[in-house]
Ligand binder design. Structure first.
Ligand SMILES: NC(=O)C1=CN([C@@H]2O[C@H](COP(=O)(O)OP(=O)(O)OC[C@H]3O[C@@H](n4cnc5c(N)ncnc54)[C@H](O)[C@@H]3O)[C@@H](O)[C@H]2O)C=CC1
Ligand SMILES: CC(=O)C(=O)O
Length: 349
């Protein structure tokens, strides 16, 4: 920028930017003082963080998007690359910094930073690698945004959600793990594919650990309002338990397969987390299977986070649905809680 002889600012080509010619809109109303800006911070700009960021942008879920990572060059590169799409996207201010001060006043902080699985590796194996990292991430986030909702995505997501709860000192309703929202989408896709219906018409939940001990709630599946298992039983159509188990196994194997093929998973988790961001920030009161403090539900007496169908809104978790579990599902859910608890006891807080 240069100055003209009159002292006004000159833009590219020496054009005087203060001339009326450059004011594209005249008599514009001043910005509304009552409009509340929404701010989302995404911590970690790897495959998952960027898939989430770009889905949030395309779905117009926030006024400000902040990116944080400890790799300054990659971070700036990702920020610029997204900013350069401004002409094709809803208007969103995008910032990036290695300094957590930029996250101040966030409504939602999404943590995706950390190590990911190698091919064939369990999520639970990542705990020690991501523990130290969370100790450096959660306290500054909580300090700069004391009213925020924390949404944890890094794995092992259930144990790290518990850790984030402890490190933040937040009430449990404001600390949520993305949990089995993704597994349930994979489940709905596979059921829909099997029955040749639309996945959006399939209501079906995977609960428990986001991982190998997850639990499929077969007894509560419905399609277009028709409860599947009781319908099949009443019609005396022998439903194959093995087919059902195979679908659940395919859900568990999904991430392993994608990781062995492309090295990581990203697009589905991007959409999954954007759906959670929408329900929280737009106070949708929608039910999602997400990782919540499970103590007191279904006979679970320990402080563990695992996925249950929960109602999400502006305050975070508004409640947990009283979905009916049969004896087998109940036992599997308690076993899943035990698996998570065993890993959690390795935490050195
Ligand atoms: N909960 C879920 O459903 C899913 C969870 N994940 C998990 O998400 C995490 C991220 O996966 P990817 O993005 O594929 O990994 P990635 O390796 O592509 O990205 C990780 C990012 O974290 C950053 N990072 C590392 N240490 C940091 C620190 N101290 N502060 C700030 N940033 C830091 C890295 O620089 C990198 O940009 C993994 O733990 C993975 O297992 C992945 C898919 C689904
Ligand atoms: C990596 C992972 O947790 C998933 O895609 O389910």
């Amino acid at each position: 920028m240069h100055k003209s002889p009159s002292g006004s600012t000159l833009g590219p080509g020496g054009l005087d930017l203060t001339q009326a010619f450059f004011r594209p809109i005249t008599n514009a109303a001043p910005p509304s003082p009552t409009k509340r800006q929404t701010k989302i911070s995404v911590i970690g700009v790897g495959n998952v963080g960027m898939a989430i960021a770009q889905t949030i942008l395309t779905q117009d879920l926030t006024d400000e998007l902040v990116l944080i990572d400890n790799k300054a060059d990659k971070l700036r590169g990702e920020m610029l690359d997204l900013q350069h799409a401004a002409a094709f996207l809803p208007r969103t201010k995008i910032y990036a910094s290695v300094d957590y001060a930029v996250t101040a006043g966030s409504d939602l902080c999404i943590i995706t930073a950390g190590a990911r699985q190698n091919a064939g590796e369990s999520r639970l194996n990542l705990l020690q690698r991501n523990l130290a990292l969370f100790k450096s991430i959660v306290p500054p986030l909580a300090r700069y945004s004391p009213q925020t909702v924390l949404l944890i995505v890094s794995n092992p997501v259930d144990v790290l959600t518990y850790l984030a709860w402890k490190l933040s000192g937040f009430p449990s309703n404001r600390v949520i793990g993305s949990g089995t929202n993704l597994d349930s989408s994979r489940f709905r896709f596979l059921i829909a594919d099997h029955l040749d219906v639309n996945a959006q018409d399939v209501q079906a939940y995977i609960v428990g650990e986001h991982g190998d001990s997850s639990v499929a709630l077969w007894s509560s599946i419905s399609i277009g309002g028709v409860p599947v298992l009781s319908f099949l039983e009443k019609q005396q159509i022998a439903y194959e338990k093995e087919t059902l188990e195979n679908i659940h196994k395919a859900v568990i194997d999904s991430a392993y397969e994608v990781i062995s093929l492309k090295g990581y998973t990203s697009w589905a988790i991007g959409y999954s987390v954007a759906s959670l961001a929408r329900s929280i920030l737009r106070d949708q009161r929608k039910i999602h299977p997400v990782s919540v403090l499970a103590k007191g539900f279904y006979g679970i007496s320990n402080e563990v986070f695992l996925s249950l169908p929960a109602q999400l809104g502006r305050g975070g978790v508004l409640g947990v649905t009283n979905v009916h579990l049969n004896e087998e599902e109940l036992q599997r859910l308690r076993d899943s809680a035990k698996t998570i608890l065993e890993v959690q006891t390795q935490l050195d807080l």
